[in-house]
Structure formats: C-alpha cells, structure tokens
Design a protein around this ligand. Sequence first.
Ligand code: ZN
Ligand code: ZN
Length: 318
Amino acid sequence: MTEDMAERAPERPVPRRKTINSPYLHRLQRRHFLLFDILPIVGTAAAFVFLAVHPFGWTELALLLSMWLLTGLGVTVGYHRLFTHRTFKAAQPVAVVLAVLGSMAGQGGLVSWVALHRRHHEYSDREGDPHSPNLSGGGLRGTLRGLAHSHFLWMRRHEYPNIVHYAPDLIRDRALVRVARLYYHWVVLGLVVPAAVGGLVSMSWTGAVSGLLWGGLVRIFVLEHIVWAINSFLHMFGTRPYQSRENSRNGGIFAIVTLGESWHNNHHAFPESPSFGLDWYRLDPGFWLIKLLACCGLAWDLKVPSAARMDAKRITAA
Ligand SMILES: [Zn+2]
Ligand SMILES: [Zn+2]
C-alpha cells in the first residue's frame, strides 16, 4: 500500500444497492412477459378453438389437473414456503424436485422469484413493493389501476431486486443455482411432458397438440392467475384476523384452489410459518404436503408459531 493510499483509507464501504435498473434486464423482463404471461392467454384461446379438432376428454382433464397440482405445489411449497421464507428444512433431493416443479410453472426463475418476493415482504404496500394494488391513487380509477398493476402489468418492466442482497443463501447453494440456470429448460419440459402423454394416449398428433394446450399453456394460465390474484385481490379484499403492517387479507373460500396461499393475511402476520392456514380446520394443501414430507423424514424443523404468539397478533372484535 502506498502512503497516498494509506492516507485515504479507511474508505467508507459503498452501500450495496437493493435494486438494479439496466436496459438488458428490462429486455429480459419484456421477453419473459410476452413468452410466459401473454402466450398462455393466446394458448388458452387456441385450446378452445382446437376443441373443434380434438375434444376435451379424460386425458386432457387428467393432464390439466395433475400438471396444475405438481407445479402449484412447486410454487407454494418450494419457491414460497421453503426457499423464500425458509419455514422448514428439506432433504436436498426434495428441495431440488420442488425447485424444478416450481420452475415449470413459468413464473420466473427460482432466484429472481425469491428475491422479488422477499422484497414484497420488506416493502409490502409501501414504495418499493414490486406489486402493491394500493399505491395507484384513490377512487374507482385508482382501485382498478392498482388491481391491474399488481395482478399482471407490473411484470412488463420493474426494478430488479439485487440477488446478492436478497438471496445470498440461494446463490451459495450450487445445486439450486444449477436448477435456476436451467429455468427455460424446465418450462419447456413442462410443455413437452403433457404433449408426449397426450400423443401417446391417443396415438395421434392432434392428441399431442391437445395435451400441450391443456396440460401446458392452459395450466400455466390458470396457475398464474391464481397466484397473481393473491398479489392483487388479497391485498385489497377479504378478512383480516391478524395484525400486520400491510393490507393483506384472507380469502378462505379459495383455500383449496390456491393450495393454501389464500390465507394471505395469516402468511404476512407469520411469514416464518410453514402452515398458512394456522388452524387445522383452515384448509391448506401446501402444508399437508409439508406434514407428509415430515412424516417420511424428508422435512424437519417446521417453524409453526406458538398459540401465545398467534393470540398476541389476533385482532379481537373489541
Ligand atoms: Zn411470502
Ligand atoms: Zn403479500
């Protein structure tokens, strides 16, 4: 070190930037928006047109439901409860399978998804939240604009959360980084599998196309809108049993179809909890899978909040 350098030291550390704005990242976001958010809408319309060629049969129903369930569990149990919030620990093969299934949903690569969602919890319904419905002004116009933004339009272009800041644990895990790098391959696999099954069951090309449409694009469309509705509607409408600093709500009637995600106020109040329902009678299929994994010794360290902690946050009628 020269004397000159020694004189200037110690320099103040440059604070790490929480978000990154770059034209390259915005181009990737636009491409992702067109491929995975607009294309499934087109694919769903095409699926209905294609009914004139190939009817919707048991194979299409089975492909739609099974692929929705597998990728939906990948998102809620893998992406959300395991990787974003670390609500439990899982055996490495289970973690990898969940990461692959979550990737097949087409809602973004693992590391980006986790970073974005951690930022959502950090800034929920305040400046910096990537997708709040409550920051677009008042009145009917503001409400509608907020809903459209939080449900869908925010993904066209947004600040990219710095993954070094938001997901240091994930980028240290070599197996998970490998899964994340192959994100586009997993999405394609999620389209090829239902196409192959549809083709083989019917032994026809029209069956393959029908499988691709219903088990692939329609399934992506359905799951996306279910997950996005949590970001939009459940930060505006629904019940609010627990205190939390943002406007998150529960939508109990959607518990099964969202695999437990619709207990969104519970989740914001207790983000460390693998159970979103919290009480046994609040249906939470995502938590049922975690319990099953725990019974098999494949998941452990479930951080369910104590009754006292839940009581302390409960909003009472008084
Ligand atoms: Zn969350
Ligand atoms: Zn939220």
